[in-house]
Design a protein around this ligand. Sequence first.
Ligand code: URA
Length: 183
Amino acid sequence: MYQTWEKLEKSIQNCQKCKLCKTRQNIVFGVGNKNAKIMFIGEGPGADEDRIGEPFVGRAGKLMNMGFELVGIKREEVYIANIVKCRPPGNRNPEEDEAYACMDYLRNQVILVKPKIIVLLGSVALKNILGKEYGITASRGKWVEKKGINYMPTWHPAALLRDETKKVDFIKDLLQVTKVQGL
Ligand code: URA
């Protein structure tokens, strides 16, 4: 059973489906255009996102915004969410039970947004959405079509902070997205 935006946002308010609820400051639900053609899915909130309650507002987010500007994507026109809505302590990867517990919310968001394209930011998003058999190094930059949605896996913006050479790939992958006709 899928819920309306209103019910979904209400139902998540006191979420205690996993242990991340014990350490979070804010639930980071998602942000952007609820009718977006393009959706971005990251991993989980970091310290800044946890404090502010919005995805990708920290250093990685600023880099992502710069990428958006370079290729002509407007942040307010896309929808941005994460695999988990609460910050994993110390910025560790979300654990399997946490991602599983949170997946219904994300599934519901995808159903409501109805994006044509989903950009998967990094390995955690890729594996949780398309399957564990996918690896980010081999998959990035290559379209995967599943159930009417076109997925574009790319590097997580935080990876660009660690390795500058990945920036070119990231921009190339975003450009592929912007070149899709009929968006
Ligand atoms: N990294 C993510 O995966 N998501 C955010 O919202 C911020 C940083």
